[in-house]
Design a protein around this ligand. Structure first.
Ligand SMILES: Cc1cc2nc3c(=O)[nH]c(=O)nc-3n(C[C@H](O)[C@H](O)[C@H](O)COP(=O)(O)O)c2cc1C
Length: 306
């Protein structure tokens, strides 16, 4: 059987296949390494990190909805230094590209984190300007084209690593934001982060989440995510990592056909921890059935054929 080329490029970063993990849904990868060989993945995008450790938001922090999840974790994490010292050396054992997701309260914090990753041996930085669950920073940067561009430029000035900027769907015009970060030096764009939502606990007669609002993810958000990938891929030259509700190889293919060069699996990991591997197999199977030798032929094929 002839082998199918699943490799994909995100700027200077080449992945052996287009399937990566969505930040915050795969821990630091080590938990899942007990279940399968994470070296099979295109890459591991780690849990969001900040310069200093964060305790996160008060509970409850997760609520199930009919077709997804509302979370308000609030970027609980051990901080960059602890990750570099204690976790990264273990993760490096697995021969998988490591992409570090960073957040900051200020532009200077983003810049400092980018600088701190330079000599660490990670393969790329994903800049989260889209977290809806924190008071300062996060989504504030991702909903203003100017501030999104400023954060991107500050990170760019401090790193030569491939720079991926993760956008928020909580905006009126995703294309303007994408164009802003592209002009400021991003190498790739990932979208989408979660959609701002809420739920009410009728027994307690209170908001179900301690933080009142949370981020909606899972199958419910897929149509919104696909629409944004479609729009951005036609307007901006950069490669895109598409995510939002991917729960099967079929879903992943939709994102690739809409213009994504890679896909990220998030909430789906909670339902099936081996979903990423099944999607990689499903993509190869589809290519085999369709007589496609190189998966990159599928990127944006749905709009190129219009
Ligand atoms: C529990 C949870 C924690 C998350 N934490 C982060 C994070 O730290 N940084 C980030 O950029 N995105 C974070 N996200 C967003 C996901 O990476 C992803 O963009 C979003 O959930 C949409 O994909 P999905 O529908 O496949 O989950 C988190 C999502 C969930 C559900």
């Amino acid at each position: 059987m002839n082998s199918i080329n699943l490799t994909t490029k995100l700027g200077a970063l080449t992945l052996k296949n287009p399937v990566v993990t969505a930040s915050g849904t795969f821990g630091f990868g080590l938990e899942y390494a007990q279940l399968f060989d994470i070296g099979m993945l295109g890459g591991v995008v780690v849990k969001g990190l900040t310069l200093n450790p964060r305790p996160g938001n008060p509970p409850p922090r997760i609520v199930e909805t009919p077709a997804g999840l509302l979370n308000a974790i609030g970027l609980e994490n051990p901080g960059l230094e602890s990750f570099l010292r204690d976790t990264l050396p273990c993760l490096k054992e697995y021969n998988v590209p490591v992409i570090v997701n960073i957040s900051g309260n200020t532009i200077d914090e983003y810049a400092a984190m980018a600088a701190g990753l330079n000599e660490s041996g990670v393969q790329a930085v994903e800049v989260n300007i889209s977290c809806p669950n924190v008071k300062q920073g996060g989504m504030v940067f991702g909903t203003s084209p100017e501030q999104a561009a400023q954060v991107t430029a500050a990170v760019r000035a401090n790193t030569a690593l491939p720079l991926i900027v993760k956008l928020s769907p909580n905006v009126t015009d995703i294309v303007t934001i994408a164009q802003g970060v592209a002009a400021a030096g991003a190498d790739a764009i990932s979208l989408i982060n979660t959609l701002l939502g809420m739920a009410i606990d009728v027994q307690r007669k209170r908001p179900a989440l301690g933080n009142v609002f949370g981020g909606l993810s899972g199958p419910a958000v897929k149509p919104v995510a696909l629409r944004m990938v479609w729009q951005v891929s036609q307007a901006v030259e950069l490669p895109i990592i598409g995510m939002g509700g991917i729960a099967s190889s079929q879903d992943a293919l939709e994102f690739i056909l809409a213009g994504a060069s890679a896909v990220s699996v998030g909430t789906g990991n909670f339902i099936n921890p081996k979903l990423t591997v099944e999607i990689i197999e499903g993509l190869a199977e589809y290519c085999r059935e369709e007589g496609i030798n190189d998966i990159s032929d599928l990127i944006g094929a749905a709009w190129r054929r219009q």
